[in-house]
Design a protein around this ligand. Structure first.
Ligand SMILES: *[C@@H]1O[C@H](CO)[C@@H](O)[C@H](O)[C@H]1NC(C)=O
Length: 536
């Protein structure tokens, strides 16, 4: 082996990037990257033609220039000096935009085959190349439904009351639910506990991470019999099932789906309290609920409401019989995947404080200011705002600061959204640094010892007249994660200086105010990612 050949190999290894990785997110010089397939073309920001401004999406530029198609692939990116102007050209399904003067640029050419193959060998998780025959679907299947992150215990009824025959129908139903959930390494994980005289954990979350295996394990479950003792089983499951050793994941909603044939043989109230203490969302699926004549035999008619953490109807589900249950699969799966409803677990949706710092300087203008407020609303909307949940605050700034509303002013989503709508545009200069200090002290200060994780989103369209670095560092030191969102003339250096580490994933930029809206999901995802990381 030649000396230095190792280095050569290393430099050839390509990095898997996302649809939205920009040129400026990459190393300087030459880098080989792998673009994923099926990027949303209409969401790309591409500036220029042939030579692209560094804030362009790399994969967008690669498709625009015809280096790859939208089936993904290897791309070699070369850093180039900045240009006076970048033209707008419509090519290969992407409309690039005009941009004048930008600090650096890049060009794209086809990556070599060997780099692509090398990357396949490595376990890259963010994106994978589509290499010929191997269909992308198989890879997705392994990851599972990423939009449904949940750790679920199915507490099935194994009592004499349900009997062997209906027990089998129940298994059939649970299997269908498990498959439709989209179990996978990055999606939901499930386990099963059987309620009978004594509860039995049949398998844990970590035992299987593929739907097929889970389905097989469910088919193999043996009927145990005895009283259902659902309360006892629910308590046991809440206490024993969700340990980290047994595969529960931090920051992901914990759910117990209790299947009840008829009514419980014991009391669910205490079990419900224990489940709430453990942050578990309890769903009661009752099948063949007691008829009017049978009600007299039920210990506690309100058993469903006592077991669930919020008695809002969401956590209970009824099926008339165990026959013909196919049409009940999908609505139940939809409930189990509704993160924002999982009030009983700490998630990024219900355990964050989000403070918005909104640039009200003259350069923004009234109509663009409305677009910024819309962005703020759209981000806020994704979170579960309540007295015990997430909270939102907003400060508008020019040279001075105006606290529009603080974290404790409004504790319902409607009120927060209405308060955002009612913010009046100030117009004036831009002192972003002072504004960061202001919000850190006066808005985050009073809540900093609370249970929620703190996030600051700075929206600005231009150069700050004061230093942003010091105030941003102080905010971060106070436990606030800072995202910077720049529009139009906001200098990238300022944006990066304000943002939390890793700066690339906390810095956003759009040339036009209309570019704010497509960023909303990225910001929400960013907050959720930081929330999860902070728990590990
Ligand atoms: C599940 O995992 C645990 C711990 O690794 C193991 O003891 C148990 O046997 C597994 N159960 C099944 C059904 O594979």
């Amino acid at each position: 082996m030649l000396p230095g050949s190792k280095i050569l190999l290393f430099s050839l290894a390509s990095t898997a990037i996302t649809c939205f990785t920009r040129g400026l997110d990459l190393r300087k010089g030459t880098e080989d990257v792998l673009c994923p397939a099926n990027c949303p073309l209409w969401q790309f920001y591409v500036f220029g033609d042939g030579v692209y401004a560094s804030l362009s999406s790399v994969c967008g530029a690669a498709i625009h220039s015809g280096v790859i198609t939208n089936t993904g692939g290897a791309v070699r990116v070369r850093t180039l000096p900045g240009q006076e102007s970048y033209p707008a050209v419509n090519a290969n399904g992407i409309q690039s935009q005009v941009l004048s003067r930008w600090a650096s640029s890049f060009s794209v050419t086809a990556g070599t085959k060997s780099t692509a193959l090398e990357a396949v060998g490595r376990s890259v998780s963010t994106a994978r190349p589509s290499t010929g025959k191997r269909p992308k679907k198989t890879l997705d299947k392994k990851a599972g439904n990423k939009d449904c992150k949940a750790d679920i215990a199915f507490l099935i009824d194994g009592s004499y009351n349900i009997g062997q025959r209906r027990f089998n129908l129940q298994k059939n139903f649970v299997g269908k639910v498990a498959v439709m959930l989209g179990i996978g390494t990055e999606g939901p994980h499930v386990g099963v506990v059987q309620a009978s005289e004594h509860p039995k954990i049949e398998f844990y979350l970590k035992n299987y991470t593929a739907a097929k295996e889970v389905l097989f394990a469910i088919k193999e479950l043996g009927f145990r019999g005895g009283n259902s003792n659902t309360g006892k089983a629910l308590k046991y499951t809440a206490q024993k099932f969700f340990s980290l050793e047994n595969g529960a994941r931090k920051g992901i909603p914990k759910i117990i789906v209790v299947f009840l044939d008829g009514w419980p043989s014991d009391d669910l109230e205490e079990a419900g309290i224990v489940a709430r203490e453990f942050g578990v969302n309890v769903f009661i699926v009752s099948v063949a609920k007691p008829t009017a004549e049978e009600l007299g035999m039920v210990q506690d008619i309100g058993f469903v409401d006592k077991a669930v953490c919020r008695n809002n109807g969401f956590f209970s589900y009824q099926m008339p019989t165990w026959f013909g249950t196919t049409k009940y699969v999908k609505p139940l799966v939809q409930k189990l995947c509704s993160h924002e409803q999982m009030l009983c677990s700490k998630t990024c949706y219900n355990s964050v404080n989000i403070g918005f710092l909104i640039d009200g300087s003259s350069s923004v203008g009234e109509s663009n200011f409305r677009l910024m407020l819309e962005f703020v609303s759209n981000v806020a909307k994704a979170f579960e705002i309540s007295d015990i949940g997430s909270k939102v605050a907003a400060v508008q700034f020019t040279y001075s600061q105006r606290s529009e509303f603080s974290f404790t002013d409004y504790v319902t989503k409607e009120k927060v959204l209405s308060a955002i709508r009612n913010i009046r545009y100030m117009s004036g200069g831009t002192a972003t640094g002072d504004a960061i200090s202001f919000i850190t002290t006066h808005v985050f200060g009073p809540v900093k010892d609370g249970p929620n994780k703190n996030f600051l989103i700075v929206l600005t369209d231009g150069q700050s007249y004061d230093d942003v670095r010091g105030p941003a560092a102080a905010a971060q030191k106070a436990g606030i994660t800072v995202f910077s969102v720049g529009i139009a003339w906001a200098p990238l250096d300022d944006l990066k200086d304000m943002a939390s580490e890793p700066r690339e994933s906390h810095t956003f930029f759009t040339r036009e105010f209309t570019g704010l809206e497509p960023m909303v999901p990225d910001i929400i995802r960013g907050i959720c990612k930081d929330f999860l990381d902070s728990k590990q």
